[in-house]
Each structure stands twice: as C-alpha cells, then as structure tokens.
Design a protein around this ligand. Sequence first.
Ligand code: 9YW
Length: 447
Amino acid sequence: TSGERRVRYPHPVLAARAARVLRDNDTGSVVTAAPRLYPHMWSWDAAFISIGLARLDVRRAIAELETLFAAQWRNGMVPHIVFTDADAYFPGPDRWGTDVARDGPSNVRTSGICQPPVHAIAVQRVLEAARMSSPGDRADAERFARHIWPKLYAWHRWLVEYRTPGSSGLIAIVHGWESGMDNSPRWDLPYAAVKPGAELPPYVRKDLSAVGDPGERPTDREYDRYLWLIEEMRRASYDQRRIVRDSSFLAGDVFITALFAISCDVLIELGREFGQAPEPLGNLAEWAANARAAVAASCHSVSGMARDRDLRTSRWLDTQTIAGFAPLLCGGAPDGVQLRLLSLLDSERWCGHPGLLAPVPPSVSPLRPGFTPRQYWRGPQWPVVVWLFWWAFERRGWHERARRLRDAAILLTEDGSFGEYYEPFTGEPLGSADQSWTAAVVLDWLC
Ligand code: 9YW
C-alpha cells in the first residue's frame, strides 16, 4: 500500500521541516494559511499558527495575533479572513464587499463572518512557550496577554450578544464557513434549504487549480450556496441582527459552543492572573456554564453524540461527525454519556477502525454512509482538529489518552508534507501541501 511507501522523517528533522514551512509561508506581515490555495490570514488558522510560531520566535507569534486582532470589527467580531494583497483566492475582498458594513475596520479588508473562537487558547499557549524560553520572551508575552485580554473579551461578548438566538443556548453560525468545517455533512440539511437566487452574480472559482484533484474540494453546487449566503449578508450590509433574523442559513454549532466554553475558562484563568475586574470574569463564568449546558443538552439519548441544531426548522442534526465528540472537549455531560463517547471514539466506528493508517478520528465516521475518504470535511483526518482533542484531553488530566492521540497524529504527519488533510486509510496528504496550521501543531507536539 502507499502507507508502506511513506517517508518517515526522524522527529528533529520533522520539526525542522515544520519550522521551514512556517518561515516560507511568512510574507513578513502574515503567515498565510497555505502557500497557493490560501494566500491570506484566516482567523482560527492564525491562532494555531501562533502556537507553532511561539516555538520559534515568541515575538513573531505575538505579532501574528496582533495582526488578526487589529482587524477586529468595532462590534467585537473577529473576521474569518484578513486579506493580504494577493489575488489568488476567491471570494476576495471585492466579492465580500464588507466596506458597506457599519462595524467593519477601516484599516484592513476582511470577510464578513467569523470562525471558531480558539484565540484565548492560543494566547495561553504562547504564554506557556514564552515562559519556558527566556525572561525577555516571558515579559513580552505577559505584556501582550494583558493587552489583548479586553479584545478577547469583546470577541466572546459578541458571540453571546449576537450569536445565541433562541433557547438552545448553542452558538449560532450563519455560514458553514464559520464552523471551519465548510462542507461537513453536519450542514447538508441546512444547506438544502439555501436556494441561490437568479441574481447570484457569476463567479470563477480559484481553489480548484491549486489542488491536485478537484474531487478533494467542495462541489460547485456547494459553492453556489456559499456565495449566495454572502450575497444575502452583503445586501443586509453585514448587520448582524438582520442576518441572524433573515438569512437562509442559521444553525447552532455544537463544536463551536464547546470550544467557546473552554476558551471562556482559559480567559478567566488569564484574567485572574492579570488582575481583571470581577464583573467580566463573572460574565465569562456564566457564558461558559451556559455553553456547557447547551452542549450537554444536545447529546443524543442513545449514542451520546452531541448534535448541531437547525435553528430555522428547530430540528436536531443527527450526523456521525467528529463534532459529535464536543462534550469530550469541554466536559459537562453526565458521566454515562462521557463514557459512551469515549468507548465510541475507541471503537471501530472511529479511531479503532482496522483500516486506518493512524488511529486519530476522521472528520466523519468511516462506517457512515456518505463517508468519502478524500473529500475535505467529509472523511479525511485533520491534524488541527486532533490537536484540539489532544489539548483538551491533557487539560482534563487524561494524559495517557492524550499521549496516544499525539503519537498517532505524529505517525500520520511524519511524512513531512504537512498536508491540509489526510486520507485515513493510506495517510496520503490531500488538499494543500505545506499548510501552515498543520506544520504549527506538529511543531508544538514535537517541542
Ligand atoms: C476555503 C484555511 C481555511 C480553514 C477552514 C477550511 C478552509 C477555506 O481553509 O476553508 O476556502 O475552503 O475549511 O477551516 O480555516 O486553512
């Protein structure tokens, strides 16, 4: 099999290669998400990238997060893309047209949606790396953490203020791109209700020529819907209240909700350390508790898996995807549910599937009908998602479990190509090569 033909770099060489990817993708002002496919800064990529950069150069890591937060909208939203001058990605700033937004930043061009809130986690991780590095790095990182805290708080407050509609308590997304898992089957039902209007302006995709096989990317049918939602938002002048009220896609995202809960915990820890006032800390504790409760309430009564919710139809979305393990990230589900999820994760439906090259969870269960091992968020394994589970397991004190997951992720990535995602049975790297966040998490694991 191609698995046996794979190159396996010794770990010091692998770490050096990962460092080189981050350096090569650095334009001087941002580390782009990937060299050809993604020549801009993506929000949650920047968080992971800063975690990797902190192992090489703490100041460079800080600068990356500062660049992202310099693009924060006045209402608190951290935009999902901060555009560079590159012209190789579609939809670019003209198509987004966020200049019409009242709350947009004036100094940079950005998209008009957000991505998962993992930034507090990144700030804490950068701080940890800086403290192991040198007194100067430590002082810089502490100054930075103190300075960025109110911005992180404003970002979290935006999610609560604008994105917790209805009674589910789940954080809502208005576009599949906000989940970070664009074409995951999680969103098939909500997208089925999105009907692109005849007024959808024509467009030409640029992503297909940047990957070897267009079959590894979302389909044109999916892209029509992605673009239609942008059209709706642009017509609403990116007014959040209007979008949440009227857009044809609104879904409670259980994975984001879980990440939000732990990011609030981390922000509380940072806030205590740096003397923040009791009131915002109290708010964060309340937001974390609500988010945890929402995740726990979403769990399926038989499988235990957490579920997203279509907030337009008030229906639970039952799909067997990696997001169903959200309670293992944030805790808060009853012990019985947690045990069921852990044994499900180990079972042949997930990591224990005998055909996997490396026992890390694929984006979709290999035993689910519709699992497609090469197509983006519909089957492949994504190292950054594995990093989140690894980090959460460590934090929860499950060190042995965390160690096994990390070892498996290294096995998957030690071919040194730093693929965007991997074919689970052969370990073939797919999508973009030299993807920054893949290099960043591997570097963090190896340091
Ligand atoms: C796109 C940059 C981004 C990630 C997303 C991923 C993909 C962009 O790439 O979306 O055009 O498809 O789905 O999570 O942030 O790496």
